[in-house]
Design a protein around this ligand. Structure first.
Ligand code: SF4
Ligand code: SF4
Length: 424
C-alpha cells in the first residue's frame, strides 16, 4: 500500500487552489491543517521520512473528510481515497501506536450492528421518556466532556416497530425499488424512511427493504477499518441482488456516497458495478421518473433554506436534486443556505471526536440560518440534520429541520391520507 499512497500523493502539484475551500484550513490558517499539507504528511509517512506519531494522527484526524478539496483539484487527486488509506495504514502499522479512542470505537461498533443499534434505540427511547434524563443532566454525572455533549445533542428517539420487508404500492405498479435504510437513519430518521415509502408508493413503486442489509461501511472505511467496510459492502450487494429490484434508493447522502463507491471497495467488481448503476439518492430518483397524473403536492407558504451536505456536493454530485424536487410544491420559497460549500461539522463522528471544531463550524451555519428568513432547514443527510438540529435547539431560532422527502410526503397528504397510508 505504501507505493500506492506515494503515487497518489505525487499527483498533487501543490498549487494550493484547494486551500480556500478547506474548512479546517480556514479555521486554523495552518498548512498542516490543509489538504496540501495533509497530502505531504501522508506521503512522508508512507515513504518512511516521517514516523507515525500522535501529532501526525491529529492532523489527519482533524480532517473532516468533506472532500471539498477534491471537488476543486485540477490534478484530480483522489483525496478521499488517500485519506482513508492513509488512516488505515497508520492504524494497521506494526508499531500499533494509533488506535481509535474508546468512545469512537464504541460508536462505530454499535451503530454498525443492527442488534446493538436496536437495543440502543429501545434504551434511548425509554431513557429520554423518563425522569432519568433530567436526573442525569442535573447530577453532572457525565462530566463536561464528549459524552455530555453527545447526550445533549441527541435528538429524541421515538419508540419504533420493526419495518416490514415489503410495502406494495396500492396503485398501478411501475416497478420495485430496494430501500437502503442505514444505521443512524433507522434509529434517528424513522420518519424519513416512512415518508420515502409513502411517496414511492404514491408514485407507483413498491418498496422492498431487504432484512439482511447492513451498515453501508462508511464509518469503518473512514476510521481505518477497510476490511470490515468491505464485508459490509459485499453483504449489501448480496442483499440487494434480488431479481425484480429496479433501483436501489438511499435516503442519507452520507450512506449514499459510500454506496456509490462500492465499485472501488468490493472485490467482485461485476456485481458492484450493477449495484452502483442502480443506486440513486431519493431526490435524484424522484426527479428521474414521471409522476402519475393526479399525484400533486398541495401549496405550502413557507421559506425553505437548503443545506447541501458535502457528500451530496462532493461525492454524489447531485446537490441540485432537492431544489428540483421541492419545486413540485407550489408557493414554496426555496433558497440555498449561505456558504453551502463549507461543511457543517457533522462529518461522520467528527462532532463527537472534535466537538469544539465541529461547534465552530456549526456556529457559522447558525449565523447563516439566522439571516436566512427560513422556517424550515432542509438537508438530505441524517448526520447534518442531527448536527444542525442541535445547533438550532441551542438558539431561539424557530426553524425546523426536515429531509426533502418529508416535505414532499407532507404536501402529498401523508398524515391525513387514510386511503394510501393505512399500511405504513
Ligand atoms: S488543488 Fe489538488 S494539486 Fe493543488 S494543492 Fe490541492 S490537492 Fe494539490
Ligand atoms: S477533506 Fe475537507 S477538511 Fe479535509 S483537507 Fe479536504 S477540504 Fe480540508
Amino acid at each position: 500500500m505504501e507505493q500506492s499512497l506515494i503515487d497518489e500523493a505525487d499527483r498533487c502539484v501543490q498549487c494550493g487552489l484547494c486551500l480556500p475551500h478547506c474548512p479546517t484550513y480556514n479555521l486554523s490558517l495552518s498548512e498542516a491543517e490543509s489538504p496540501r499539507g495533509r497530502i505531504a504528511l501522508i506521503r512522508a509517512m508512507a515513504s518512511g521520512a516521517l514516523s507515525i506519531s500522535k501529532s501526525l494522527n491529529a492532523h489527519l484526524s482533524r480532517c473532516l473528510g468533506c472532500r471539498a478539496c477534491e471537488a476543486v483539484c485540477p490534478s484530480e487527486v483522489n483525496y478521499g481515497g488517500l485519506l482513508d488509506n492513509g488512516r488505515a495504514w497508520m492504524r494497521q502499522h506494526p508499531t500499533g501506536k494509533i488506535k481509535n479512542d474508546g468512545l469512537t470505537s464504541f460508536l462505530i461498533h454499535t451503530f454498525t450492528k443492527p442488534n446493538r443499534l436496536q437495543f440502543l434505540g429501545r434504551w434511548l427511547a425509554r431513557y429520554q421518556g423518563s425522569a432519568l434524563q433530567g436526573m442525569v443532566r442535573t447530577s453532572k454525572i457525565l462530566g463536561h466532556g464528549k459524552l455530555r455533549g453527545l447526550e445533549e445533542d441527541l435528538p429524541s428517539v421515538p419508540t419504533q416497530s420493526p419495518l416490514q420487508q415489503d410495502y406494495p404500492t396500492p396503485g398501478l405498479s411501475r416497478g420495485t425499488v430496494g430501500l437502503f435504510t442505514g444505521c443512524a437513519s433507522s434509529l434517528f430518521g424513522r420518519d424519513v424512511i416512512v415518508a420515502a415509502i409513502y411517496v414511492l408508493n404514491r408514485c407507483g413503486y413498491s418498496v422492498h427493504i431487504p432484512q439482511d442489509q447492513t451498515c453501508c461501511g462508511a464509518l469503518h472505511q473512514h476510521y481505518g477499518e477497510p476490511q470490515i467496510a468491505r464485508r459490509h459492502c459485499e453483504s449489501n450487494i448480496a442483499a440487494f441482488s434480488k431479481p425484480g429490484v429496479d433501483a436501489i434508493i438511499s435516503l442519507a447522502s452520507g450512506c449514499g456516497a459510500t454506496l456509490s463507491e462500492y465499485g472501488t471497495l468490493a472485490t467482485q467488481k461485476g456485481s458492484a458495478k450493477s449495484f452502483v448503476n442502480k443506486h440513486y439518492d431519493i431526490s435524484d430518483f424522484l426527479n428521474h421518473i414521471s409522476w402519475p397524473k393526479g399525484v400533486q403536492c398541495a401549496p405550502l407558504k413557507e421559506t425553505v433554506a437548503i443545506h447541501e451536505p458535502c457528500t451530496m456536493r462532493n461525492v454524489l454530485r447531485c446537490e441540485q436534486a432537492p431544489y428540483q424536487l421541492l419545486k413540485r410544491i407550489p408557493e414554496l420559497e426555496i433558497k440555498p443556505l449561505e456558504q453551502n460549500d463549507q461543511c457543517c461539522g457533522a462529518a461522520g463522528l467528527y462532532n463527537v471526536i472534535h466537538p469544539q471544531l465541529a461547534a465552530s463550524l456549526g456556529a457559522q451555519k447558525r449565523e447563516h440560518l439566522s439571516t436566512s428568513g427560513a422556517t424550515v432547514l432542509v438537508t438530505s443527510n441524517i448526520g447534518c440534520a442531527m448536527q444542525l438540529g442541535a445547533v438550532i435547539r441551542k438558539t431561539s431560532l424557530n426553524i425546523r429541520v426536515a429531509h426533502p422527502i418529508e416535505l414532499v410526503a407532507q404536501q402529498l397528504g401523508k398524515g391525513r391520507d387514510t386511503k394510501n397510508e393505512g399500511h405504513l
